[in-house]
Design a binder for this molecule. Structure first.
Ligand SMILES: C[S@@+](CC[C@H](N)C(=O)[O-])C[C@H]1O[C@@H](n2cnc3c(N)ncnc32)[C@H](O)[C@@H]1O
Length: 281
């Protein structure tokens, strides 16, 4: 059955009201995606009849959204640092707060000549790709334990015309033969396994490997901090994202591992989100 743009949107918005705080926006983004047009097209042509094939695809996506499947997985794309990245259920959906990690990393390497950077747990590849776009002279190695994530990151790198040196590795395990790094950056999994947040909203659809490292939520961070001194050059920095309630534990870990100049940075919601430390010279 064919339908006009405006009434299809009203119908989908009504479906999404109970599962989304942005029901109208979700409906518009999905329909624009099916039509392969910008959202503004929906407002310019509200009375246009949808072709049957488009209408069928829209109905399928609305049904998937109601499961609920995250919007980003249905749109197969998400913006990060003003760039569009290909998304798939093998990887975490990029979060806006991770831009703080990228901004701080760029500040740390601003004065360095061809710094060697290691990114661990790359997922979609957003952090490494933005770093390479913003500072093309860096010498960067990017890792993930998931082969599927590395394939997705490589696809995103191709889309953004940068070349990624990818390695499949369980944190530092496959990196023993590599020379030291000036900077190690990571957005590791950090949600405790029993955190009720894991069963809310879109999170059940995202890979558990990307969200939780175990019982306390600190297991990955502990490994990353403990292994950093063997892989950083003297004076090198370790910088990583963590949960808003993990700043104290993270500071203690960095201190006992011998890091200096430890800093904790607040995200846009004024929550402690990124910590960094420097290895002494
Ligand atoms: C929170 S996601 C971050 C993804 C991406 N960097 C981002 O910021 O959107 C954590 C990533 O760490 C990876 N990961 C989990 N355990 C790992 C391990 N033992 N070694 C390496 N990577 C791991 C996951 O596959 C996932 O891609």
């Amino acid at each position: 059955m064919s339908q006009e743009i405006a009434s299809a949107l009203r119908w989908a918005q009504g479906q999404f009201d109970s599962i989304s705080d942005s029901a109208r926006l979700d409906a518009e983004l999905l329909l624009a995606h099916c039509l392969q047009k910008p959202r503004s097209y929906l407002y310019s042509w509200p009375e246009q009849e949808l072709p049957t094939s488009v209408h069928s695809e829209f109905e399928i996506l609305v049904a998937q959204r109601l499961k609920p499947t995250p919007l980003a997985y249905l749109l197969v794309s998400r913006e990060f640092y003003s760039l569009e990245f290909k998304i798939s259920p093998v990887a975490l959906i990029p979060r806006p707060e991770t831009e703080l990690l990228v901004d701080t990393t760029l500040q740390l390497c601003a004065g360095l000549q061809r710094p060697r950077i290691l990114e661990m747990g790359t997922g979609t590849g957003i952090i490494s790709i933005v770093l390479l776009k913003e500072k093309p002279d860096i010498d960067l190695v990017t890792t993930d334990i998931s082969k599927a994530c590395l394939e997705l990151a490589t696809t995103n790198a191709r889309i953004h015309q940068v070349s990624l040196h990818c390695l499949q590795s369980d944190w530092y395990q496959a990196l023993t033969a590599l020379p030291g790094f000036d900077l190690i950056v990571s957005n590791p999994p950090y949600i405790a396994a029993n955190d009720p947040y894991l069963s809310q909203g879109d999170l059940p659809a995202e890979p558990l490997l990307a969200l939780t490292p175990g019982k306390t939520g600190l297991e990955s961070i502990e490994k990353i901090v403990a292994g950093a001194p063997q892989h950083l050059n003297p004076g090198g920095y370790l910088i990583f994202e963590h949960g808003y309630d993990q700043a104290e534990a993270v500071e203690a870990l960095l201190t006992t591992t011998g890091f200096t100049n430890i800093q904790n940075l607040l995200d846009d919601n004024q929550l402690p989100r990124v910590s960094l430390g420097q290895l002494p010279y």
